[in-house]
Design a protein around this ligand. Structure first.
Ligand SMILES: Nc1ncnc2c1ncn2[C@@H]1O[C@H](COP(=O)(O)OP(=O)(O)OP(=O)(O)O)[C@@H](O)[C@H]1O
Ligand SMILES: O=P(O)(O)OC[C@H]1O[C@H](OP(=O)(O)OP(=O)(O)O)[C@H](O)[C@@H]1O
Length: 214
């Protein structure tokens, strides 16, 4: 891909832990993305040489930007896709920001009637317990979810586990793994048709790079 005279792809990029891994993957795929932006506070980054513009979003908002078409494509964790359930195409598993969604509790956890479950993912948690036929009260928190069982707010939590460090340091145990998480490339349905060549060419490059890593 070379810069001039080409349609620019607007990419909703998650700020934070995914960005560095995503921009590294793009660079490995041969896209000229300077590493200067790894710690930037800029919210819109024009990258004409790469034929792109990055919109630096809060991770949970990426599917919203893509669904509304203010971004043509985006990068987002499977956790957010499962929770938000937006009308977007999921194009590619990028294999980055790998972790899992799990049910977590204290080691001496015992079943109670109508237990409370704290989570950043109320839809995922509700569906999981509904499918098990278990009635629970889901409490939405926005971070430090592991605090909830420690201070008696909830019996269990549904949250992400990567290295397990947070669980170990807080004396919690993983009781059940619900699903694996990696970041995905998603696309707006109209953009996918209107900018198909650019999107497909990006997918091909990324797929080739991911294939070479296996
Ligand atoms: N410990 C982890 N290891 C690997 N990937 C993770 C981990 N925690 C989260 N992720 C992935 O990275 C994504 C973004 O997480 P991050 O913590 O950067 O966002 P956030 O919780 O919205 O942050 P903030 O609220 O600080 O902006 C998650 O949606 C998930 O896919
Ligand atoms: O298994 P580990 O490697 O310890 O990673 C898991 C932790 O990472 C995430 O938290 P995050 O850093 O996003 O903090 P927050 O939930 O408080 O925002 C997640 O919510 C877990 O708490």
């Amino acid at each position: 891909m070379s810069g001039a005279g080409r349609e620019i792809l607007k990419v909703a990029m998650p700020k934070g832990r995914i960005y560095k891994q995503a921009s590294k993957l793009f660079r490995e795929a041969g896209l000229p993305i300077p590493s200067d932006f790894d710690d930037t506070r800029k919210l819109i980054i024009e990258l004409p040489e790469a034929g792109m513009e990055f919109i630096m979003a809060k991770p949970v908002d990426v599917p919203t930007y893509v669904e509304y078409g203010v971004a043509d494509i985006g990068i987002v964790g499977k956790d957010v896709l499962m929770e938000e359930n937006k009308d977007v195409y999921e194009l590619l598993d990028l294999g980055i920001a790998k972790c899992r969604m799990s049910v977590i509790g204290l080691p001496d956890w015992k079943p109670v009637i109508n237990p409370r479950v704290a989570t950043k993912y109320p839809n995922v948690a509700s569906q999981y317990f509904r499918e098990l036929g278990q009635q629970v009260e889901v409490i939405k928190l926005n971070g430090s979810i592991e605090l909830a069982p420690l201070i008696g707010l909830a019996d269990r939590i549904v949250d992400m586990v990567e290295t397990g460090q947070t669980l170990r340091e807080n004396g919690l145990v993983e009781m059940e793994s619900i699903f694996g998480i990696t970041s995905r490339l998603i696309a707006n349905r109209v953009s996918y048709r209107m900018k198909n060549e650019a999107i497909q060419s990006l997918c091909d490059r990324l797929q080739e790079t991911l294939g070479a890593k296996l």
